[in-house]
Write a protein that binds this ligand. Structure first.
Ligand code: PEP
Ligand code: CO
Length: 430
């Protein structure tokens, strides 16, 4: 048992709900401690090796999915569509970048959300904010917004079901993609962008995966926010102490203080881990984080997902790269060009403009190139649903369009066409 990951609760805990029914919480956590692991520890070794390759430029990571998954979306057909989108975009990128792309979903556990504003006010009524399906419900009434320990079990069950759907999908993927509308959808979305898809589906199968009928695995990730839940799903396996609820947990920007509980928890597990890096991080903070999370300086162990916003990246990223380079730290750098570029419309709708997202991403490419570091991946919020949540793009979505197809309960996601457009820009500038 690794000491660190069991000591997190001795430290001040950020962004955690307060449960009224403590007895039920304890009972639920006790059940989760006995629950079957959702991943195998040997998959973590492979993933870390792949992340190490990405950090040296031999592979590339595409991490994407919903800002928050919903329990009600845990349906096989919906999961298949999400996986198909992630896979097709990865194959698209792979063919453009000429290197293996590692698909990592924000999937099978992305149910808990940190909130900047802890209360939501509608008219005269103020209620606790919705914190993701793992914690409370989105409906605007007091009972729904009360944190409910039973939801931890529902979250585990939904994640387990999703893992099953992923396994099943991977086992039949080549047939599904060929026969289903998976590849077709990519072609449809590429057309208005006048994107040349370099290969046919058959050619991709033949050239990239000649000796196997199966494509490379799709890995899972989520924000490790609710520490009681994450700790209850932490397991020992031989020498390993790992989070058995996901392959690749990340620590969010709001909970990334090097001396606090979330980082302490992450330091004690053997999964490859990621941390979101925002405007609060300077070189000293970064060095503390790296020392805490990757004391043996192993390649692929630590990913830093930077998300500054297009206005700040040029000023704030270079000192961090220099500090990591100077100390010869192994870091896998991933760019999240979305979370620093949120704004509200005049009518109060939370959105992002594709133009800003592309701008930050292109700046990231330039900065890494200039400082001799490797931009190893992209982290994006996207959905295969026909949503209108982000502005701009080839579809030229405007503020008026946001009211037609805005489904996200938290952050606005790129739709398929916008995500493809982003990646086409990436490939063109990389
Ligand atoms: C997120 O990824 O949904 C998120 C909340 O990110 P960040 O911690 O970067 O704000
Ligand atoms: Co988000």
């Amino acid at each position: 048992m690794n000491e660190l990951s069991s000591q997190w609760h001795a430290f001040p805990c950020q962004q955690q709900p307060t449960y009224q029914n403590k007895a039920l919480l304890d009972e639920t956590l006790a059940t989760l401690k006995q629950a079957a692991p959702l991943i195998c520890s040997n998959e973590l070794v492979t993933l870390q090796r792949l992340l190490a390759k990405a950090s040296s430029g031999e592979a590339f990571v595409l991490q994407g999915g919903n800002c928050a998954e919903l329990f009600s979306d845990c349906q096989q057909q919906l999961i298949i569509q999400k996986l198909m989108m992630l896979r097709c975009l990865s194959l698209f990128l792979e063919s453009k970048l000429n290197k293996p792309v590692i698909p990592i979903g924000r999937i099978a556990g992305q149910y808990a959300k940190p909130r900047t504003v802890l209360h939501e006010i509608r008219g005269e009524i103020s209620l606790p904010s919705y914190r993701g399906d793992l914690i409370n419900q989105a409906e605007f009434n007091a009972a729904a917004r009360e944190p409910d320990p039973k939801r931890l079990l529902l979250g585990y069950q939904a994640a387990a079901k999703t893992m099953q759907y992923i396994c099943d999908y991977l086992a039949h993927e080549t047939t599904l993609l060929k026969d289903h509308y998976g590849w077709q959808r990519l072609l449809t979305e590429a057309k208005p962008l006048e994107l040349e898809l370099p290969l046919t589906w058959q050619e991709i199968i033949k050239s990239t995966y000649e000796n196997s009928n199966m494509l490379a695995p799709i890995y899972t990730s989520h924000e490790a926010l609710l520490l009681a839940y994450e700790a209850a799903l932490t397991r020992n396996d031989k020498q390993k102490h790992y989070n058995a609820g996901t392959h690749f947990p990340w620590i969010g920007m709001r909970t990334s203080s090097p001396d606090k509980d979330h980082i302490l928890y992450a330091a004690g597990i053997d999964n490859p881990i990621a941390v979101k890096i925002g405007t609060q991080v300077n070189a000293d903070y970064l060095i503390e984080l790296v020392k805490a999370l990757n004391p043996k300086n192993q390649a692929g162990r630590l990913t830093l997902i930077h998300r500054f916003g297009r206005e700040y990246i040029t000023e704030l990223l270079p000192p961090l790269i220099k500090a990591a380079n100077h100390a010869k730290y192994h870091v896998t750098w991933i760019c999240d060009p979305m979370h620093g570029n949120i704004h509200y419309t005049t009518s109060g709708i939370k959105t992002r403009h594709l133009h800003d997202i592309i701008d930050e991403m292109c700046q990231a490419i330039e900065i890494h190139r200039k400082h001799g570091s490797v931009l190893a991946g992209l982290h994006i919020e996207m959905t295969e649903e026909h949503v209108t949540e982000c502005l701009g793009g080839q579809q030229q979505l405007t503020e008026v369009d946001l009211s037609y197809g805005y489904k996200s309960l938290v952050d606005p996601r790129l739709n398929y066409g916008q995500a493809l457009e982003l990646l086409a820009h990436f490939a063109g500038n990389y």
